[in-house]
Ligand binder design. Structure first.
Ligand code: SAH
Length: 395
């Protein structure tokens, strides 16, 4: 294994199990690793600290193991089985929920790898060269762990793997069992049915991280008039309808997403209480009269994808939140979220505070929301906590 030697005093974060080695911490690389090779990281004093995937860029090594041994031949099988056991501990899958995140990058000790499970179909997204190159081994490990319950493995890394690395990025199936029935599948989440198409949909096809928050929307929906902004395929809308909302309006600018919303609403048999709007959510909200809705969900895409875009993103989040808070009916609820990794929990709370102050309404935080437990956060990698939300009661 090629050795990466750290500068003196730059070994502290690895000793605390943080899984990234920044290029600025490296004193010397003994040899010429290719991107995606597994390298051994040593302290300036020569002590072995970790091994992981090498990549050109600010994060030079993504750690796969902190133990002294080189990666064992069954590394991937053990790693997938550990991830499966954590989901099993959370009751996933269950008769009510057959879709969930099986591998959540750093949270599962596998930096750069996402695998979502849709009733036996695994959709894999590699975010690093190393994980992209390892996808065949990962697929074999999935087969070994899940046996006959695995229907297919679909690699959807073309939009996530680093394009500069010159990889051949073509999405496709790495494995298909005879039981595989095609990309369009009806999955169950908390007993609600959703059409998912991982080949055509955004990300891996469905936003699985909102499962617990959707459940809460269902709980607070009875009798309320609900507005679901940035609804994608209507996750929150379906829970609201099934939960007994008086009326649900869903808004997204993607026509493909809205077509799936209509199909998902049709599955509930409650289409008479639902309207779809394929339009800009901010324009829609601006044109919404005050008091028209009693529960508003604001779940925008990541406005800030990197630190440089942070200030503009914060202003956009603030305007959006002020518009929602000012329009919800007295005694209404606002579910507001940010999935930008660079907007931390405290910054998010501050911007919602500023938005509330701008409206002059009395606003109370009644719940704090985050990603589900199948999107775990390694305690050594707090950056993994990316989805933040607040439930507001607005007088
Ligand atoms: N709440 C969704 C996930 C939202 S993802 C769920 O539970 O599944 C963000 C969504 O915002 C995407 O579907 C994207 O199409 C949509 N979007 C992005 N910009 C938008 C805009 N300006 N107006 C309306 N929708 C927008």
């Amino acid at each position: 294994m090629i050795k990466v030697i750290l500068k003196k005093g730059r070994d502290e974060s690895l000793r605390r199990f943080h899984p990234w080695v920044f290029s600025g911490a490296i004193a010397q690389i003994q040899g010429h690793p290719h991107e995606g090779d597994i390298v051994a990281v040593h302290s300036a004093e020569g002590e072995f600290l970790a091994s992981g995937h090498y990549q050109i860029g600010s994060i030079a090594v993504r750690v796969l193991s902190f133990s002294g041994d080189p990666l064992s031949p069954d590394f991937w099988t053990i790693a997938i089985e550990r991830a499966r056991l954590e989901r099993e501990a959370l009751g996933l899958p269950s008769p009510q929920t057959n879709c969930f995140r099986l591998v959540h990058g750093e949270g599962d000790g596998l930096p750069g790898l996402i695998i979502d499970w849709y009733d036996g179909v695994c959709v894999l997204q590699a975010h690093s060269v190393g994980m992209f190159r390892a996808k065949k081994s990962i697929c074999e490990a999935l087969q070994a762990v899940f046996g006959d319950s695995l229907k297919a493995v679909y690699d959807k890394s073309s939009s996530t793997a680093p394009f500069k690395a010159g990889l051949e990025l073509v999405d496709g199936y790495l494995y298909q069992a005879p039981s595989f029935a095609g990309a369009e599948t009806c999955v169950l989440e908390n007993g609600h049915s959703f059409m998912v198409n991982w080949e055509e949909g955004q990300k891996t096809g469905f936003f699985l991280d909102q499962r617990d928050n959707r459940y809460l929307v269902g709980k607070y929906a009875p009798g309320r008039r609900v507005l679901n902004l940035f609804c994608y395929t209507g996750g929150f809308s379906i829970y609201a309808l099934e939960g007994g909302a008086a009326q649900v309006d869903s808004v997204d600018s993607s026509a493909k997403a809205m077509a799936l919303v209509d199909r998902n609403v049709a599955l509930t048999g409650k289409a008479d209480r639902h309207n779809s709007f394929c339009t800009d959510a901010i324009d829609f909200l601006s044109a919404t009269p005050e008091g028209k809705y009693d529960l508003i969900i604001v779940d925008p895409p990541a406005f800030a994808k990197h630190r440089g875009a942070l200030n503009n993103a914060l202003r956009a989040y603030q305007r959006l939140n002020a518009a929602a808070i000012s329009r919800v009916s007295p005694g209404g609820l606002v579910f507001t979220f940010s999935c930008s990794q660079v907007v931390d929990k405290i910054t998010f709370a501050q911007l919602v505070f500023s938005a509330a102050a701008q409206t002059g309404r009395s606003v109370r935080i009644v719940d704090r929301l985050c990603q589900g437990g199948d999107h775990p956060v390694s305690i050594y990698h707090p950056e993994g906590e990316y989805l933040k939300g607040l439930l507001l009661y607005v007088e």
